[in-house]
Design a binder for this molecule. Structure first.
Ligand SMILES: Cc1cc2nc3c(=O)[nH]c(=O)nc-3n(C[C@H](O)[C@H](O)[C@H](O)COP(=O)(O)OP(=O)(O)OC[C@H]3O[C@@H](n4cnc5c(N)ncnc54)[C@H](O)[C@@H]3O)c2cc1C
Length: 377
């Protein structure tokens, strides 16, 4: 079968691949997206889009549409997991938006995915194309798919997620380390709380475990939580693995009744092992680059405020959106490869894409909370 030819080939139609494809199309660059799944399915759970991620999405004209379907919390309460005592209140909402120039927004990842997919003409997303091999040359890459088709691209982008085939082809198999911790995540109708009053966004701090919850819709009719807890012998990283509610509730046996009610309400849960990986020395070669979880998966609680110097470097080096020169494949290759100099603290997927402004503001511990958060007595 003769190889199809394309300018940029993106492998994987997750949030990363779609965001890149939409950005390239906006620049007038031809791009084709190859996805192994036969169609899109609404998987995932709540996702926090920090102000920096939202600034990137502003470049795609999405701020107001996301605001209308997502949730912008006015405050983030920290509570002790057993007494419910408030230890900190971080003011968010308009105050955060004024300070950082964009809102911090919670949304179901499937809705974000749908909004991104709508930016891409359907004929540019090729389903049932599972990449099985990749040949790299100095200025082209040839992709082979499980259905026997082949594609020759000037640049291939591996946006194929945490178990990236492209990464393995480029750099060999990796050996992640299990942290001994797992994350339970779910999103469910707020009505299942039977009128229980809950914070619009809160983190419950236990000694070695925690829960974050937040609404994910503008009318607060859907709530999301992520519960991170120690658990041995579970090493599956998958968007679809189910979690057992009794095991989760046993892990939080000592928690406050309000938190217990939040954890007990959902009809089902997903479970994700938290694995650590060493930073990669490089995220690409001359004709293939990696993006998103394929090269830079992060712990869900690893987000921190990045120093301004790093932010400046990231914005100016990766100015995909701003630079017409990126229309040249050579320049685009080099622009995408500068991603390897992005600082490791950058946890938000969107912020990992060159040209997508700076990193997250999301806080990972009480000590890292910005100074504008009011201390509760
Ligand atoms: C517990 C948890 C909480 C998180 N919370 C947040 C948060 O609050 N905020 C945030 O910004 N991020 C968060 N993240 C991270 C975020 O969800 C990921 O970084 C993001 O979804 C990764 O997107 P991606 O496009 O790189 O990969 P994926 O979403 O995994 O997409 C990869 C795509 O590639 C396809 N694919 C795979 N292999 C092939 C192949 N061989 N051929 C063709 N297609 C292929 C897959 O089917 C998939 O569609 C969290 C992650 C976890 C686990």
């Amino acid at each position: 079968m003769a190889a199809e030819k394309t300018h940029i080939a993106v492998i994987g139609a997750g949030i990363g691949g779609l965001t890149l494809a939409a950005s390239l199309l906006r620049l007038g660059i031809s791009v084709e997206v190859y996805e192994q799944a036969p169609q899109f399915a609404p998987i995932g759970a709540g996702i926090q889009l920090t102000a920096n991620a939202m600034k990137a999405l502003r470049g795609l004209g999405l701020i107001e549409s996301l605001r209308s379907i997502g949730f912008v919390p006015a405050a983030f309460h920290s509570r002790e997991w057993d007494t419910a005592k408030i230890t900190n209140v971080l003011i968010m909402g308009e105050a955060l938006e004024q300070r950082y120039g964009a809102p911090d927004l919670m949304i179901h990842s499937a809705r974000l995915h749908s909004v991104l997919a709508a930016l891409i003409p359907p004929h540019r997303i090729h389903f049932s194309r599972k990449l099985v091999a990749i040949e790299q040359y100095e200025s082209t890459a040839t992709l082979a798919f499980a259905n026997g088709s082949r594609v020759e691209a000037l640049l291939a982008v591996g946006a194929d997620g945490i178990h990236s085939m492209v990464r393995e082809a480029l750099f060999g198999a990796e050996q992640p380390r299990f942290t001994g911790r797992v994350a339970y995540r779910t999103t469910y109708p707020t009505a299942l709380l039977n009128g229980l009053a809950v914070d619009e966004r809160a983190k419950w701090w236990g000694p070695d475990r925690h829960v974050v919850h937040c609404f994910t819709t503008a009318n607060e009719d859907e709530i999301y939580f992520i519960a991170v807890t120690p658990e041995q012998n579970f090493v599956v990283e998958s968007w679809s693995t189910k979690g057992d509610k009794d095991t989760l509730l046993a892990a939080f046996a000592g928690c406050h009744p309000q938190l217990r009610a939040i954890l007990a309400a959902p009809p089902e849960l997903r479970k994700w092992a938290l694995l650590e990986r060493d930073p990669m020395p490089s995220w690409g070669t001359s004709s293939v680059v990696l993006l998103g979880d394929a090269c830079h998966p992060m712990m869900p609680y690893r987000a921190r405020v990045r120093p301004p110097r790093s932010r400046t470097r990231w914005s100016s080096r990766g100015a995909l959106r701003a630079s017409p020169a990126t229309k040249s494949p050579t320049r685009l290759r080099s622009t995408l490869r500068t991603a390897k100099s992005a600082p490791p603290e950058c946890s938000s997927l969107i912020a990992r894409i060159p040209g997508c402004a700076s990193g997250p503001i999301r806080t990972g511990s009480t000590t890292s909370m910005p100074a504008y958060g009011a201390r509760w007595p």
